[in-house]
Design a binder for this molecule. Structure first.
Ligand SMILES: [Ca+2]
Length: 276
């Protein structure tokens, strides 16, 4: 009987050790998960900008969208009776082509896809599609909810903001939502996402009413950086009435970044410090 008892005790000890090992394993794994969460929710660094050049801008242009295509800036402007699409010479700010839209439209952001400009409207539930060379209207597409900003997501899709913290990746043909991206920083939702621009794989978004641009991971929706653009205000005279900073364009060939604001006197060519 004694050898059997000894074997039984050894067996019990073995089982106890295994249990202890499992508990230790669990204890070890908990902090690792917390660390991972902490990593994804850490405070995004704040980067600053340097203005390289100022370009004159129409102080009656209530800028809603800004893009750069083949050597020219394209700007959409909002407000009822003042909504327009413009082609602008980036060397001197001259508006070289402009179409004005019916006063029932309040135009918002723009994006280029397959040689067509997709122009959102604020509360008309309508995307106006125009030929990017002639500005001839090709069609309208219905979408639900408000339209704020829009940019390219990938070769086939666009991504749209509506003033919330949610970005919708959409099919440009019918504006069907392919997926939604919940934008957050430190685990908190980031609302008022406005004008958008895809720059080197990240979504840049003006935050309405703030002198801040969020640089957003297009897969996770996490804010990777904040860009403080408050320095642009030193270019505005105290007597000049300007609205919010809005408008981001990117020339992927030269890697130049352009920023402006609603009713601002300048479009700025800028460089982001510490981003290289
Ligand atoms: Ca843009």
């Amino acid at each position: 009987m004694r050898p059997i008892c000894t074997l039984f005790v050894i067996f019990l000890l073995f089982v106890a050790c295994q249990k202890y090992h499992d508990i230790e394993k669990d204890k070890n794994s908990v902090p690792k998960q917390s660390e991972r969460r902490a990593e994804t929710q850490q405070t995004p660094p704040v980067l600053s900008i340097k203005v390289l050049r100022t370009i004159p801008h129409d102080t009656d242009a209530f800028t809603q969208g800004l893009i750069f295509v083949d050597g020219f800036l394209y700007e959409s402007t909002g407000r009822y009776g003042k909504s327009s699409l413009r082609r602008i010479n980036p060397e001197n700010g001259e508006v070289v082509k402009q179409v004005n839209f019916d006063s029932r439209y309040f135009c918002e952001g723009i994006a280029l896809h397959n040689d067509k400009i997709y122009l959102l409207t604020w509360q008309n539930n309508t995307c106006i599609v125009v030929d990017f060379k002639s500005f001839r209207k090709l069609k309208e597409i219905f979408y639900p909810g408000e339209g704020w900003g829009i940019t390219n997501y990938d070769q086939a899709h666009l991504v749209q903001s509506d003033g919330t913290n949610i970005l919708k990746v959409i099919n440009p043909d019918n504006f069907a939502t392919i997926k939604t991206i919940f934008v957050s920083a430190n685990g908190e939702p980031v609302a008022n996402l406005n004008e958008l621009e895809m720059i080197e794989g990240n979504i840049w978004a003006n935050i309405w009413m703030k002198d801040t641009i969020a640089v957003i991971d297009r897969i996770t929706g996490n804010v990777k950086f904040w860009i403080d653009v408050s320095g642009l205000r030193q270019f505005v005279q105290p007597t000049q009435q300007v609205d919010v900073i809005n408008g981001i364009a990117y020339d992927s060939k030269t890697k130049k970044i352009y920023l402006t604001g609603k009713l601002w006197p300048f479009i700025f060519e800028v460089e982001v410090e510490d981003l290289k």
